[in-house]
Design a protein around this ligand. Sequence first.
Ligand code: C2E
Ligand code: MG
Ligand code: MG
Ligand code: MG
Length: 288
Amino acid sequence: RAKADGRGTYCFFRDEMAATVEARRILELDLRKALANEEFELFYQPLVNLKSGKIATCEALLRWNHPVRGTVAPVDIIPVAEDMGLIVDLGRWILRRACMECMKWPDGVSVAVNFSPQQFHQRDVLSEIRYAFEVSGLPAHRLEIEITESSLLRNTQLTHDILSQLHALGVRISLDDFGTGYSSLSYLHNFPMQKVKIDRSFLEGIDTDRPLTLLRGVARLSADLGMSVVVEGIETNEQLELISADGTVAEGQGYLFSRPVPSVRIRQLLNASYGRRMPEDQIAIVSS
Ligand code: C2E
Ligand code: MG
Ligand code: MG
Ligand code: MG
Protein backbone atom coordinates (compact mmCIF):
# COMPACT_ATOMS: atom_id res chain seq x y z
CA ARG A 1 0.00 0.00 0.00
CA ALA A 2 2.64 2.41 1.08
CA LYS A 3 4.53 1.65 -2.10
CA ALA A 4 1.50 2.25 -4.30
CA ASP A 5 0.79 5.52 -2.51
CA GLY A 6 4.37 6.55 -2.97
CA ARG A 7 4.26 5.93 -6.68
CA GLY A 8 0.91 7.71 -6.93
CA THR A 9 2.40 10.72 -5.21
CA TYR A 10 5.42 10.63 -7.49
CA CYS A 11 3.21 10.50 -10.59
CA PHE A 12 1.13 13.31 -9.22
CA PHE A 13 4.14 15.53 -8.70
CA ARG A 14 5.56 14.62 -12.07
CA ASP A 15 2.30 15.52 -13.82
CA GLU A 16 2.04 18.69 -11.82
CA MET A 17 5.58 19.64 -12.69
CA ALA A 18 4.96 19.00 -16.36
CA ALA A 19 1.86 21.17 -16.14
CA THR A 20 3.88 23.93 -14.45
CA VAL A 21 6.59 23.76 -17.09
CA GLU A 22 3.97 23.91 -19.83
CA ALA A 23 2.18 26.86 -18.20
CA ARG A 24 5.46 28.67 -17.92
CA ARG A 25 6.29 28.01 -21.57
CA ILE A 26 2.96 29.46 -22.64
CA LEU A 27 3.44 32.46 -20.37
CA GLU A 28 6.83 33.15 -21.95
CA LEU A 29 5.41 32.92 -25.45
CA ASP A 30 2.56 35.26 -24.49
CA LEU A 31 4.98 37.72 -22.89
CA ARG A 32 7.09 37.89 -26.01
CA LYS A 33 4.05 38.86 -28.05
CA ALA A 34 2.59 41.21 -25.47
CA LEU A 35 4.98 44.08 -26.08
CA ALA A 36 4.34 44.09 -29.85
CA ASN A 37 0.58 43.65 -29.29
CA GLU A 38 0.48 46.63 -26.91
CA GLU A 39 -1.04 44.62 -24.10
CA PHE A 40 0.94 46.38 -21.38
CA GLU A 41 -0.40 49.37 -19.53
CA LEU A 42 0.98 51.60 -16.81
CA PHE A 43 -1.11 52.42 -13.78
CA TYR A 44 -0.08 55.27 -11.49
CA GLN A 45 -0.22 55.67 -7.73
CA PRO A 46 0.30 59.01 -5.97
CA LEU A 47 2.96 59.79 -3.38
CA VAL A 48 1.47 62.54 -1.26
CA ASN A 49 3.40 65.30 0.47
CA LEU A 50 2.24 65.00 4.07
CA LYS A 51 2.63 68.71 4.86
CA SER A 52 0.85 70.18 1.84
CA GLY A 53 -1.45 67.25 1.11
CA LYS A 54 -0.55 67.58 -2.56
CA ILE A 55 0.56 64.83 -4.91
CA ALA A 56 4.34 65.14 -5.28
CA THR A 57 5.11 62.11 -7.42
CA CYS A 58 3.22 59.34 -9.16
CA GLU A 59 4.69 55.85 -9.29
CA ALA A 60 4.27 53.92 -12.54
CA LEU A 61 3.13 50.33 -11.93
CA LEU A 62 2.98 47.76 -14.70
CA ARG A 63 -0.21 45.92 -15.67
CA TRP A 64 -0.70 43.35 -18.39
CA ASN A 65 -4.09 43.16 -20.08
CA HIS A 66 -3.88 39.55 -21.17
CA PRO A 67 -6.45 38.67 -23.87
CA VAL A 68 -7.53 35.52 -21.99
CA ARG A 69 -6.26 35.76 -18.42
CA GLY A 70 -7.39 39.34 -17.85
CA THR A 71 -5.23 41.67 -15.77
CA VAL A 72 -1.90 40.15 -14.78
CA ALA A 73 -0.03 41.67 -11.81
CA PRO A 74 3.67 42.58 -11.84
CA VAL A 75 4.62 39.72 -9.48
CA ASP A 76 3.61 37.35 -12.28
CA ILE A 77 5.34 39.38 -15.00
CA ILE A 78 8.59 40.88 -13.76
CA PRO A 79 10.38 37.73 -12.49
CA VAL A 80 9.56 35.85 -15.71
CA ALA A 81 10.61 38.80 -17.86
CA GLU A 82 13.87 38.92 -15.88
CA ASP A 83 14.54 35.21 -16.46
CA MET A 84 13.83 35.60 -20.16
CA GLY A 85 16.02 38.67 -20.48
CA LEU A 86 12.94 40.50 -21.75
CA ILE A 87 13.09 42.95 -18.86
CA VAL A 88 15.46 45.22 -20.75
CA ASP A 89 13.05 45.74 -23.66
CA LEU A 90 10.07 45.88 -21.35
CA GLY A 91 11.86 48.29 -19.01
CA ARG A 92 12.73 50.55 -21.92
CA TRP A 93 9.06 50.70 -22.91
CA ILE A 94 8.01 51.39 -19.30
CA LEU A 95 10.53 54.21 -18.88
CA ARG A 96 9.63 55.99 -22.11
CA ARG A 97 5.90 55.62 -21.58
CA ALA A 98 6.16 56.91 -17.99
CA CYS A 99 8.24 59.94 -19.05
CA MET A 100 5.77 60.80 -21.82
CA GLU A 101 2.87 60.49 -19.40
CA CYS A 102 4.55 62.77 -16.86
CA MET A 103 4.74 65.50 -19.49
CA LYS A 104 0.94 65.74 -19.27
CA TRP A 105 1.02 66.46 -15.52
CA PRO A 106 1.44 69.75 -13.62
CA ASP A 107 5.07 70.98 -13.70
CA GLY A 108 5.91 70.22 -10.09
CA VAL A 109 4.89 66.57 -10.29
CA SER A 110 7.49 63.84 -10.87
CA VAL A 111 7.18 60.28 -12.08
CA ALA A 112 8.73 57.31 -10.26
CA VAL A 113 9.80 54.29 -12.31
CA ASN A 114 10.82 50.91 -10.88
CA PHE A 115 14.06 49.47 -12.24
CA SER A 116 14.92 45.81 -11.82
CA PRO A 117 18.58 44.98 -11.10
CA GLN A 118 19.19 43.62 -14.61
CA GLN A 119 17.86 46.78 -16.15
CA PHE A 120 19.80 48.99 -13.78
CA HIS A 121 23.04 47.17 -14.55
CA GLN A 122 22.70 47.04 -18.32
CA ARG A 123 25.73 48.50 -20.04
CA ASP A 124 24.07 51.50 -21.61
CA VAL A 125 21.58 52.34 -18.85
CA LEU A 126 22.58 56.01 -18.94
CA SER A 127 22.03 56.43 -22.65
CA GLU A 128 18.68 54.63 -22.25
CA ILE A 129 17.65 57.21 -19.70
CA ARG A 130 19.00 60.16 -21.67
CA TYR A 131 17.15 58.88 -24.72
CA ALA A 132 13.90 58.66 -22.76
CA PHE A 133 14.33 62.34 -21.86
CA GLU A 134 15.03 63.17 -25.49
CA VAL A 135 11.95 61.47 -26.93
CA SER A 136 9.61 62.67 -24.17
CA GLY A 137 11.03 66.12 -23.49
CA LEU A 138 10.90 65.44 -19.75
CA PRO A 139 13.51 67.29 -17.67
CA ALA A 140 15.71 64.93 -15.61
CA HIS A 141 14.63 66.39 -12.27
CA ARG A 142 11.11 65.06 -12.83
CA LEU A 143 12.24 61.42 -12.89
CA GLU A 144 12.73 59.26 -9.84
CA ILE A 145 14.22 55.82 -10.29
CA GLU A 146 13.20 53.25 -7.72
CA ILE A 147 15.69 50.50 -7.06
CA THR A 148 15.75 47.86 -4.35
CA GLU A 149 18.57 46.72 -2.14
CA SER A 150 19.21 43.82 -4.51
CA SER A 151 20.44 46.35 -7.10
CA LEU A 152 23.01 47.58 -4.60
CA LEU A 153 24.30 44.13 -3.71
CA ARG A 154 26.10 43.34 -6.92
CA ASN A 155 29.05 45.09 -8.48
CA THR A 156 29.45 47.82 -5.91
CA GLN A 157 31.84 50.05 -7.85
CA LEU A 158 29.77 50.00 -11.03
CA THR A 159 26.60 50.67 -9.04
CA HIS A 160 28.24 53.60 -7.34
CA ASP A 161 29.31 55.03 -10.72
CA ILE A 162 25.83 54.69 -12.22
CA LEU A 163 24.23 56.32 -9.19
CA SER A 164 26.71 59.21 -9.28
CA GLN A 165 26.14 59.82 -12.98
CA LEU A 166 22.37 59.74 -12.53
CA HIS A 167 22.71 62.16 -9.66
CA ALA A 168 24.83 64.46 -11.84
CA LEU A 169 22.13 64.28 -14.51
CA GLY A 170 19.57 65.46 -11.95
CA VAL A 171 17.63 62.21 -11.62
CA ARG A 172 16.56 61.23 -8.09
CA ILE A 173 17.23 57.75 -6.81
CA SER A 174 14.80 56.17 -4.43
CA LEU A 175 15.53 53.04 -2.39
CA ASP A 176 12.34 50.96 -2.56
CA ASP A 177 10.97 48.44 -0.05
CA PHE A 178 13.57 49.49 2.45
CA GLY A 179 13.86 47.10 5.37
CA THR A 180 12.82 43.93 3.56
CA GLY A 181 16.12 42.73 2.15
CA TYR A 182 19.64 42.51 3.43
CA SER A 183 19.13 45.95 4.84
CA SER A 184 22.39 47.30 5.80
CA LEU A 185 21.87 50.82 7.02
CA SER A 186 25.28 51.61 5.59
CA TYR A 187 23.71 51.53 2.10
CA LEU A 188 21.91 54.72 2.93
CA HIS A 189 25.21 56.27 3.81
CA ASN A 190 27.51 54.85 1.14
CA PHE A 191 25.46 55.30 -2.01
CA PRO A 192 24.31 58.63 -3.42
CA MET A 193 20.53 58.28 -3.06
CA GLN A 194 17.97 60.95 -2.28
CA LYS A 195 14.93 59.06 -1.11
CA VAL A 196 14.08 56.02 0.93
CA LYS A 197 10.74 54.22 0.81
CA ILE A 198 10.13 52.34 4.02
CA ASP A 199 8.39 49.07 3.26
CA ARG A 200 4.77 48.67 4.21
CA SER A 201 5.58 45.70 6.46
CA PHE A 202 6.79 48.30 9.00
CA LEU A 203 3.23 49.61 9.24
CA GLU A 204 1.64 46.29 10.14
CA GLY A 205 -0.18 46.55 13.43
CA ILE A 206 1.07 50.01 14.41
CA ASP A 207 -2.50 51.29 14.65
CA THR A 208 -3.45 48.43 16.97
CA ASP A 209 -0.84 46.73 19.10
CA ARG A 210 2.63 47.20 17.69
CA PRO A 211 4.83 50.04 18.88
CA LEU A 212 6.04 52.65 16.43
CA THR A 213 9.62 52.39 17.63
CA LEU A 214 11.09 50.54 14.67
CA LEU A 215 9.40 52.63 11.98
CA ARG A 216 10.28 55.88 13.75
CA GLY A 217 13.87 54.79 14.23
CA VAL A 218 14.41 53.91 10.59
CA ALA A 219 12.65 57.09 9.46
CA ARG A 220 14.73 59.34 11.74
CA LEU A 221 17.97 57.69 10.76
CA SER A 222 17.21 58.05 7.04
CA ALA A 223 16.25 61.69 7.51
CA ASP A 224 19.40 62.35 9.53
CA LEU A 225 21.42 60.94 6.63
CA GLY A 226 19.81 63.59 4.42
CA MET A 227 17.30 61.38 2.67
CA SER A 228 13.71 62.23 1.97
CA VAL A 229 11.55 59.63 3.73
CA VAL A 230 8.49 57.95 2.24
CA VAL A 231 6.28 55.42 3.97
CA GLU A 232 4.44 53.04 1.64
CA GLY A 233 1.29 51.03 2.26
CA ILE A 234 -0.70 53.54 4.30
CA GLU A 235 -4.24 52.18 4.51
CA THR A 236 -5.84 53.82 7.54
CA ASN A 237 -6.22 57.29 9.01
CA GLU A 238 -4.75 55.98 12.27
CA GLN A 239 -1.57 54.92 10.47
CA LEU A 240 -1.38 58.29 8.74
CA GLU A 241 -1.75 60.20 11.99
CA LEU A 242 0.90 58.12 13.71
CA ILE A 243 3.50 58.52 10.99
CA SER A 244 2.77 62.22 10.47
CA ALA A 245 3.15 63.09 14.15
CA ASP A 246 6.80 64.05 14.34
CA GLY A 247 7.31 65.48 10.83
CA THR A 248 10.11 63.09 9.88
CA VAL A 249 8.20 61.41 7.08
CA ALA A 250 7.93 63.67 4.03
CA GLU A 251 5.62 61.64 1.80
CA GLY A 252 3.09 58.85 2.09
CA GLN A 253 1.77 56.32 -0.38
CA GLY A 254 -1.04 53.82 0.01
CA TYR A 255 -4.62 52.83 -0.56
CA LEU A 256 -5.77 55.53 1.89
CA PHE A 257 -4.79 58.16 -0.70
CA SER A 258 -5.42 56.13 -3.83
CA ARG A 259 -4.93 52.71 -5.33
CA PRO A 260 -2.89 52.55 -8.53
CA VAL A 261 -5.15 53.92 -11.28
CA PRO A 262 -5.10 54.23 -15.09
CA SER A 263 -3.50 57.30 -16.69
CA VAL A 264 -6.76 59.15 -17.37
CA ARG A 265 -7.78 58.78 -13.75
CA ILE A 266 -4.41 59.93 -12.37
CA ARG A 267 -4.69 63.09 -14.47
CA GLN A 268 -8.05 63.71 -12.88
CA LEU A 269 -6.59 63.23 -9.38
CA LEU A 270 -3.69 65.55 -10.25
CA ASN A 271 -6.03 68.21 -11.55
CA ALA A 272 -8.05 67.99 -8.36
CA SER A 273 -4.86 68.15 -6.28
CA TYR A 274 -3.64 71.22 -8.16
CA GLY A 275 -7.01 72.91 -8.42
CA ARG A 276 -7.38 72.66 -12.17
CA ARG A 277 -10.51 71.98 -14.09
CA MET A 278 -10.55 69.01 -16.37
CA PRO A 279 -11.89 69.17 -19.92
CA GLU A 280 -15.41 67.70 -20.08
CA ASP A 281 -14.48 65.01 -22.57
CA GLN A 282 -11.84 63.64 -20.23
CA ILE A 283 -14.29 63.52 -17.33
CA ALA A 284 -16.63 61.52 -19.55
CA ILE A 285 -13.88 59.00 -20.22
CA VAL A 286 -13.01 58.71 -16.55
CA SER A 287 -16.55 58.12 -15.35
CA SER A 288 -17.62 55.74 -18.09
P1 C2E B 1 6.57 48.45 -5.31
O1 C2E B 1 7.45 49.19 -6.24
O2 C2E B 1 6.96 48.46 -3.88
O3 C2E B 1 5.12 49.04 -5.53
C1 C2E B 1 4.15 49.13 -4.53
C2 C2E B 1 3.20 47.96 -4.56
O4 C2E B 1 2.41 47.99 -3.39
C3 C2E B 1 2.21 48.02 -5.73
O5 C2E B 1 1.85 46.69 -6.10
C4 C2E B 1 1.03 48.72 -5.08
O6 C2E B 1 -0.19 48.44 -5.72
C5 C2E B 1 1.05 48.12 -3.70
N1 C2E B 1 0.44 49.02 -2.72
C6 C2E B 1 0.42 50.37 -2.73
N2 C2E B 1 -0.23 50.86 -1.67
C7 C2E B 1 -0.65 49.80 -0.95
C8 C2E B 1 -1.41 49.67 0.26
O7 C2E B 1 -1.81 50.63 0.90
N3 C2E B 1 -1.65 48.40 0.69
C9 C2E B 1 -1.21 47.30 0.02
N4 C2E B 1 -1.50 46.11 0.50
N5 C2E B 1 -0.48 47.40 -1.13
C10 C2E B 1 -0.21 48.63 -1.61
P2 C2E B 1 1.97 46.17 -7.60
O8 C2E B 1 1.49 47.21 -8.57
O9 C2E B 1 1.32 44.83 -7.63
O10 C2E B 1 3.52 46.02 -7.81
C11 C2E B 1 4.25 45.09 -7.07
C12 C2E B 1 5.73 45.21 -7.31
O11 C2E B 1 6.07 44.86 -8.66
C13 C2E B 1 6.26 46.63 -7.14
O12 C2E B 1 6.45 46.90 -5.78
C14 C2E B 1 7.56 46.55 -7.93
O13 C2E B 1 8.56 45.95 -7.17
C15 C2E B 1 7.17 45.61 -9.07
N6 C2E B 1 6.84 46.44 -10.24
C16 C2E B 1 5.68 47.03 -10.58
N7 C2E B 1 5.78 47.71 -11.75
C17 C2E B 1 7.06 47.54 -12.15
C18 C2E B 1 7.80 48.01 -13.29
O14 C2E B 1 7.32 48.77 -14.14
N8 C2E B 1 9.12 47.61 -13.38
C19 C2E B 1 9.69 46.81 -12.42
N9 C2E B 1 10.99 46.48 -12.58
N10 C2E B 1 9.03 46.37 -11.35
C20 C2E B 1 7.73 46.74 -11.21
MG1 MG C 1 8.31 50.94 -6.28
MG1 MG D 1 7.77 49.99 -2.82
MG1 MG E 1 6.79 47.24 -1.92
